[in-house]
Design a protein around this ligand. Sequence first.
Ligand code: PLP
Length: 338
Amino acid sequence: MIDLRSDTVTKPDEAMREAAATAPVGDDVYEEDPTVNELEAEAADLVGMEDALFVPTGTMGNQVAVRTHTDRGQEVLSGRESHVVKWELGGMAQLSSLQVRTFDGGERGVPTPEQVREGYVAEDLHRPGTGLLTLENTHNSKGGVAITAEEIAAAASAAHDLDVPVHLDGARVFNAAVSLGVPASDLTDPVDSVMFCLSKGLGAPVGSILAGSAEFIERARRNRKLFGGGMRQAGIIAGPGLQALGNVERLAEDHENARTLAAGLDALDGLSAAEPDTNIVLVDTTESGLTAEAFLDRCGDEDVLGSAFGEYVVRFCTHWDVDEAAVERAVERVASVL
Ligand SMILES: *Cc1c(COP(=O)(O)O)cnc(C)c1O
């Protein structure tokens, strides 16, 4: 089986299992789990923030961030295709009583400063006011594009000029950093908070990080508890998370494999795939006459798995359980199903 559905399917390696088995633990709700404390400190450092909070999932990290930045009834300005809008069950409305205003982030999923100013709503007798801007890097729905520090800074500074804080959904921010050849902190410097996943390309079995100022994280800690994310001897899962922080540079292999995959698929009659920035390959199946679902059914018969991302768009995602040889095999098998 060549499972290219997502980089979340990776299984923990021996070092991670060992880290889980031997982690010193305590009650993290009392902030007494040394492994969690170490993970939070290292994670905060990596993204250049004062403090960080370990959360079970990226979705919880985003939703806790949104709740912490805003007041009930405000608007949040987010990309139409962003994960917080598309894939989190309307959590901003359900959990935090917020209204979402979307911008069309174009090919790269990032707003221009003008779009930020256009989307901004000033609070008055009739209007709720904008409480937050969210950005995403890499942008999942746009094919894992790596958004540059300049693009982020331009959007964030437009928001800050309006006194609106900025949260970055950086589920794969290290993929962006490695692809751009910059430290992740360059990409997070312009924003007020960032969430990133340990459980994707970095390979941890569970967990994400929310980072920001010490004052922000103190308030976020209460909201994590409110959302049911106050964990006890969480060092058992934070241990593998610490190992995962050491896997940042390895992401370059996933990117190389994604480029090989995209080039191989693009060369096949009926498919087109642009060269990816990172580990996500979007394949357009229109020319083959097959819908994404029909195409994926056939791929599944050949033990190649992907995800439908649109009627004629398939997403393949590379990760550390898929090496170069597997990627080449995947291309051959896809060729055979066409
Ligand atoms: C995966 C993902 C998340 C959510 O992470 P989970 O751990 O699956 O809840 C948030 N944002 C983006 C862009 C993602 O790709």
